[in-house]
Design a protein around this ligand. Structure first.
Ligand code: NAD
Ligand code: TYD
Length: 357
C-alpha cells in the first residue's frame, strides 16, 4: 500500500479534478494522513464538491481559503501544516476563457506556481528526499497533432493557446527547480478528463445540461477535432501512483487511449441522455448547432502513456461507455448541485459554511 506521506497539501482541491482526487485518496488508497486543501474559490471552485468529505474526514481534512498568488499566505500554510507533499491542481483551466482574458491564466498558472514551488524549496531545505512536489499538467502543452502520431514525454512543447502556454511555462519552472535546486518534483501531463463535479463550461457537462434545458448544443467548427478522453478517477489513480512511486525529476503522460471526434461524442451523449430519459434515440440530435470555430483550435490530442503503464503498472479501469453512463447519471441525479451552479448559489457556500468556524 502506498502510504508514505503524512500531510498532503492539495491546491485547487475545490475544483473538478482536485475534489475527485481528495475523495479518491481518502476512500480508495488506505492513506492515513492529513490533506490540507487550499483554494481561492474562483467561479470554478465549489466547496459543495467536498461537503461529504468535510463531514466524514473532519479530523484529517482541512480547507483553507488561499489564493496561491499571495506568497505570504502560501508560506504561512507551509509553516502551519508542514506538508511533506504538494499536489498542485490550482489553475485557470478553460481554453475559451484564456482566449477572452489571458491575464488570470498568467497570474495563477505561472506566478501562482512560482509562489508554491518557491515556498516548497524554502520550507523543505535539506529534506528533499522525504518530500515531493507533484505538478498537475496537461497534454495541451505539446500542441496539436495531425491525423497520425502521439504525444510522448519527450515530445517538444508547442503550446498554442494562452492556457496551454501558461501551463507549459509552469511545467518548465517546476522542472528547473529539480535541475537547479534538486527539489523532488514530478509532473503528470494528462488528456481530457470527464466525470462527476466537472464545471459545465467544458464540453461533456455543457452538452448534458443543455440537453436537459433543450438548448442548442454548440459544436465548434466542423466538429472533427479529436480529444483523448479519460475518466477522472483513472486520472486520480495515475496521480497517486506517480506521487508515491514515480521517479524524481520525471514526467509521466496519463491518457485514455480513447480518441473521439467531438461530433461523434456529442451524438453519443445525445443517445445516452435520450435513453435515460425515455426519449427516442435521436431526440436531442436536432439541437446540435455548428458554431464559429475556437481561434487556434488544436486539431487533435492523443497521448502515449506506455511509460506510466510499464514503469508503475497503471491502467485505465473505466471504459468510455461506463464512464459516460456514470457521468450522465450523476448530472441527472444531482439536480441541486446543478441548480446551485446555474443560480450562482454555490458561490455563497463559503459565506454560509466557512465563516462559522
Ligand atoms: P477547475 O477549473 O475545475 O479547478 C481549478 C481549481 O483551482 C478551482 O477550485 C479554483 O478555485 C482553483 N484556483 C484557481 N485559481 C486559484 C488561485 N489563484 N489560488 C488557489 N486556487 C485557485 O480545473 P480542473 O479541470 O479540475 O483542472 C485541475 C488541474 O488539472 C489544472 O491544473 C489543469 O490544468 C489540469 N488538467 C485538467 C484537465 C481537464 O480535462 N480538466 C486535463 C489535464 C490537466
Ligand atoms: P473543452 O472541454 O473546452 O476542453 P479542451 O479545449 O481543453 O480540449 O473542449 C473539448 C473539445 O470540444 C474542444 O475541441 C472544443 C470543443 N467544444 C465544442 O465544440 N463546443 C463547446 O461548447 C465546448 C465547450 C467545447
Amino acid at each position: 500500500m502506498d502510504n508514505r506521506y503524512q500531510c498532503i497539501l492539495v491546491t485547487g482541491g475545490a475544483g473538478f479534478i482536485g475534489s475527485n482526487f481528495i475523495r479518491y485518496v481518502f476512500e480508495n488508497t488506505g492513506f492515513e494522513g492529513k490533506i490540507v486543501n487550499i483554494d481561492k474559490l474562483t467561479y470554478a471552485g465549489n466547496l459543495e464538491n467536498l461537503a461529504d468529505i468535510n463531514e466524514k474526514y473532519s479530523d484529517r481534512y482541512v480547507f483553507e481559503w488561499v489564493d496561491i498568488c499571495d506568497y505570504d499566505r502560501v508560506e504561512d500554510i507551509f509553516k502551519r501544516y508542514s506538508p511533506d507533499a504538494v499536489v498542485h491542481f490550482a489553475a485557470e483551466s478553460h481554453v475559451d476563457r484564456s482566449i477572452h482574458g489571458p491575464k488570470d491564466f498568467i497570474n495563477t498558472n505561472v506566478n501562482g506556481t512560482f509562489n508554491l514551488i518557491e515556498a516548497a524549496r524554502k520550507f523543505w531545505q535539506n529534506r528533499f528526499e522525504y518530500t515531493r512536489f507533484h505538478h498537475i499538467s496537461t497534454d495541451e502543452v505539446y500542441g496539436s497533432l495531425g491525423d497520425t502520431g502521439y504525444f510522448y514525454e519527450t515530445t517538444p512543447y508547442d503550446p498554442r493557446s494562452p492556457y496551454s502556454a501558461s501551463k507549459a511555462a509552469s511545467d518548465h519552472l517546476v522542472m528547473s527547480y529539480y535541475h537547479t535546486y534538486g527539489l523532488n518534483v514530478v509532473i503528470t501531463n494528462c488528456s481530457n478528463n470527464y466525470g462527476p463535479y466537472q464545471f459545465p463550461e467544458k464540453l461533456i457537462p455543457l452538452m448534458i445540461l443543455n440537453m436537459l434545458d433543450e438548448k442548442p448544443l454548440p459544436v465548434y467548427g466542423d466538429g472533427k477535432n479529436i480529444r483523448d478522453w479519460l475518466y477522472v478517477e483513472d486520472h486520480c489513480s495515475g496521480i497517486w501512483a506517480v506521487l508515491n512511486r514515480g521517479k524524481t525529476g520525471e514526467k509521466y503522460n496519463i491518457g485514455g487511449e480513447n480518441e473521439w471526434h467531438n461530433i461523434d461524442l456529442v451524438n453519443k451523449l445525445c443517445e445516452i441522455v435520450a435513453e435515460k430519459l425515455g426519449k427516442p434515440k435521436d431526440y436531442f440530435k436536432r439541437l446540435i448547432t455548428f458554431v464559429q470555430d475556437r481561434p487556434g483550435h488544436d486539431r487533435r490530442y492523443a497521448i502515449n502513456c506506455d511509460k506510466i503503464k510499464n514503469e508503475l503498472g497503471w491502467r485505465q479501469s473505466v471504459t468510455f461507455e461506463e464512464g459516460l453512463n456514470i457521468t450522465v447519471e450523476w448530472y441527472l441525479n444531482n439536480k441541486k448541485w446543478v441548480q446551485n451552479i446555474k443560480t450562482g448559489k454555490y458561490l455563497e457556500w463559503l459565506e454560509i459554511n466557512y465563516k462559522k468556524r
